[in-house]
Design a protein around this ligand. Structure first.
Ligand code: ADP
Ligand code: ASP
Ligand code: MG
Length: 403
């Protein structure tokens, strides 16, 4: 069998944990399997590298930021190979350049395009464990890129897809995917199985346990994932196409604490205004999430929308640049203290009243809703960030604990 095993930052945070991971990988190797290991940077080292960059320059060039943060993964893979060598097992560490993992040039948020498997295959054929850096890639000019925070999951799934692996295991610091972040909702339940679609919604709405692109890719290439703990041997959560979900209306609750809201007040109420506004943002690769447009009055209207907190300065700068020409408005307001709380579940398509129930939970907790967005399988409420944990618990208790 060919097994891809990915370990996150906490799983390789120190010497003891590195040896723990080494032993788990060696166990599979000694059973005769081919083992490909994907690692994240140790502990919080990516955060520390970003802080170092911002200390030098609060707005560092993204290319250089990627050059810097990619170092974290290189430290883990080399140390891991040294650990395996000390245990007498042959292994080799490879970075994205050595593998030839090609991405787009969107620094800090690049997308994987192709992965060369030749080197990996050769190393596996020589009976080595192959340890590969997660998160990083190279573009067509050999610049170093990264896949976005949490992107090592995507590296692992992509490798599992191109190598046609028999298993792709994502090891982390919790026992699997829960009905909510177990660090916020102590009574969250572990799910045995979850569908790609529901996992994708949860991940996209802030459940950081899996990088959303990794789920997208798993679905596209039919890679079945197991999410489990590196600290025990409990069965994890299987992510696949047709999961046997318990008969639950809601599969999970997620939150995103990195949302900011921009309100453009007093735009002209005429055709093309929304197009111009969002086109300017799209041209700068700025993703917009929830959009709310007011009813027009006196020939003007307001448009509010949310963006990731990291993109807010750039978004405002882009709009300011066009304010005298294609984006005439009275003012641009920014609220950086927003959070998103969402409920996700395929069951809600055939059940009325889910939205009301969620709003009731927030009302009972005395939390005001600023904006609402819905799709077939999710409902999102934007709230004041300081109440986000409380909101999570209120909504989770309403749907999952006291259902
Ligand atoms: P790793 O470094 O292993 O990639 P992450 O910190 O990226 O770990 O992801 C694991 C974390 O995701 C958990 O510690 C947990 O706090 C958080 N999390 C958020 N939502 C969920 C959820 N629904 N189920 C499990 N964990 C979740
Ligand atoms: N080290 C990177 C991060 O902290 C990638 C990852 O952990 O998946 O975001
Ligand atoms: Mg992660």
């Amino acid at each position: 069998m060919l097994i891809v095993k990915k370990f996150g930052g906490t799983s390789v945070a120190n010497k003891e944990r590195i040896f723990n991971v080494a032993r788990r990988c060696i166990e599979d190797y000694q059973k005769g399997n081919d083992v490909v290991v994907v690692l994240s940077a140790m502990g919080k080292s990516t955060d520390e590298l970003i802080a170092k960059a911002k200390d030098i320059n609060p707005n560092p060039p993204k290319r250089e930021l990627d050059m810097l943060v990619s170092v974290g993964e290189q430290i883990s893979v080399s140390l891991m190979s040294m650990a395996m060598a000390s245990l007498g097992v042959p292994s080799i560490s490879l970075n994205a350049f050595q593998v030839a993992m090609h991405t787009t040039s969107d620094y800090t948020n690049a997308r994987l395009k192709t992965i060369d498997t030749e080197r990996i295959r050769n190393e596996l054929d020589s009976r080595r464990i192959v340890i590969i850096t997660g998160f990083q890639g190279i573009d067509k000019m050999d610049n170093v890129t990264t896949l976005g925070r949490g992107g090592s999951d995507t590296t692992a799934v992509a490798l599992a897809a191109v190598l046609k692996a028999d298993m792709c295991e994502i090891y982390t610091d919790v026992d699997g995917v829960f009905t909510a972040d177990p660090r916020i909702c102590a009574n969250a339940r572990k799910l045995d199985e979850i569908t790609y679609d529901e996992m994708l919604e949860l991940a996209s709405l802030g459940a950081g346990v899996l990088h959303n692109r990794s789920v997208e890719m798993a679905k596209k290439y039919g890679v079945q994932l197991v999410v489990r703990s590196s600290l025990n041997t409990n069965e994890g959560t299987i992510v696949k196409e047709d999961a046997k979900m318990e008969k639950m209306l809601i599969s999970g609750v997620a939150c995103d604490k990195k949302t900011a809201c921009i309100a453009v007040i007093g735009l002209q109420d005429q055709p093309g205004v929304a197009f111009k506004l969002f086109n300017h943002l799209a041209n700068h690769n700025i993703n917009v999430d929830v959009i709310l447009q007011s009813v027009g009055r006196d020939g003007t209207k307001d448009i509010s929308f949310t963006v990731d907190e990291d993109n807010v300065e750039e978004a405002v700068a882009v709009m300011e640049r066009h304010r005298q020409t294609s984006l005439i408005c009275d003012k641009i307001d920014v609220d950086r203290n927003i959070a998103k709380v969402s409920v996700v579940g395929a069951g809600m398509t055939s059940n009325a009243g889910v939205a009301a129930k969620m709003f009731e939970a927030l009302y009972d907790a005395g939390i005001n809703i600023k904006m609402i967005s819905t799709s077939e399988i999710k409902i999102t409420a934007l709230i004041d960030r300081k109440y986000v944990d409380e909101a999570m618990r209120a909504v989770h208790d309403k749907f999952i604990v006291n259902r």
